[in-house]
Ligand binder design. Structure first.
Ligand code: HEC
Ligand code: HEC
Length: 291
């Protein structure tokens, strides 16, 4: 008792614990650990004195530096809101042409529009707004519903075939599935429509003439006598070889046989007037730089 047993190899005392002949050495805590503990403790004492630290019932120790992180955050939020209000109020007040001519404003439109488009529109129209089958390309200068700022902002406001009471209504009726056209007429009009953008693609003249007749009777009301489309009813130009649902014979047949009703949501309730105006400007802007 009381006699410290020393390890013959290292000269350290042991703790007196032994496991199967192995004894635990009683070595000192290494100096880097002490240094680290002392430095960090010293730092925390200084920090307690300088910065807000201890809860004291209803208040807290404020610290000699008087730093208040909450104030810093609310001040920076306030200045960000003021900065934003300064340019968004210009967006609200100015007309489209004036904003488009203002490089500084258009810079904000591009940054904010890109984020808004990514959050709300890219799922259908693609991040670059180039669309895909069933979803129109918004950069190709080819508009179903008109490409003026007013027409575009109205499309975004009310949507197409949406639940909005003012929604644009897009109805490409089915002509085959409900028997409105018999099979020869259907095939003829499909060849005719295909030939409008693929002249000399092989269909015989008699069939094209028959298709033209079917078209004049059934399709021209919406697509126009020259098949150039009509933005009033969202009917596409069928002569320009730009296709929403595909321009090969099979895709055209599928469209005409079964009809199409594209659906574009209404953004009236989900985006503010300012946000929709920014998106209109953004869509026009990316179209301008696209080929
Ligand atoms: C759920 C899919 C979907 C989402 C989300 C969507 N769109 Fe659309 N959008 C469509 C479809 C489909 C059409 C074509 C409707 C038709 O057939 O007439 C369309 C049409 C449009 C048009 C008219 C194009 C033309 O040629 O006239 C514009 C402009 C437009 N979208 C902008 C937007 C913007 C801006 C957003 C985001 C706020 C958005 N869209 C979100 C599906 C969508
Ligand atoms: C009531 C108006 C209406 C009539 C009548 C009509 N269409 Fe359409 N058509 C539309 C609309 C609207 C669209 C666009 C559908 C959409 O965006 O979902 C369309 C789309 C199409 C497309 C797809 C174009 C593309 O870009 O992919 C083809 C092809 C077409 N119509 C052919 C015809 C033919 C052929 C007839 C006659 C047999 C016809 N349409 C009659 C309104 C009409």
């Amino acid at each position: 008792m009381g006699v410290i047993e020393r390890d013959p190899h290292t000269g350290h005392g042991t703790t007196g614990h032994e496991w199967n002949g192995i004894k635990e050495l009683n070595t000192r805590v290494p100096w880097p650990v002490w240094t680290f503990l002392i430095l960090t403790f010293g730092f925390s004492v200084v920090w307690w004195i300088l910065m807000p630290a201890w809860p004291l019932g209803t208040t807290y120790s404020k610290g000699l530096l008087g730093v208040d992180v909450r104030q810093v955050v609310s001040a920076s939020l306030k200045s960000a809101a003021e900065e934003r209000a300064a340019w968004t109020s210009q967006i609200d007040q100015k007309d489209y042409a004036a904003i488009q001519a203002d490089d500084a404003l258009m810079k904000d439109v591009r940054a904010t529009g890109h984020a808004l488009f990514g959050d709300n529109c890219a799922a259908c129209h693609g991040l670059a707004a180039r669309g895909g089958p069933g979803f129109p390309n918004l950069t190709d200068h080819d508009w179903l519903w008109g490409g003026t700022p007013e027409a575009i902002s109205e499309t975004i406001r009310v949507g197409v075939n949406s639940e909005d009471p003012d929604s644009r209504v897009s109805q490409m009726p089915p002509w085959g599935s409900n028997g409105a056209l018999d099979r020869p007429s259907l095939l003829a009009v499909v060849s005719y429509v295909h030939s409008l953008s693929h002249p000399g693609a092989g269909a015989d003249a008699a069939q094209l003439a028959a298709g033209k007749e079917v078209f004049a009777k059934n399709c021209a009301a919406c697509h126009g006598p020259e098949a150039k489309g009509n933005p009033e009813v969202g009917a596409p130009d069928l002569t320009d070889d730009t296709w929403l649902y595909g321009g090969d014979l099979q895709s055209i047949y599928t469209t005409v046989y079964g009809g199409r009703e594209g659906h574009m949501p209404t953004w009236q309730a989900r985006l503010s007037d300012t946000e929709r105006k920014i998106l209109t400007l953004y869509v026009l802007d990316i179209g301008k730089s696209a080929p």
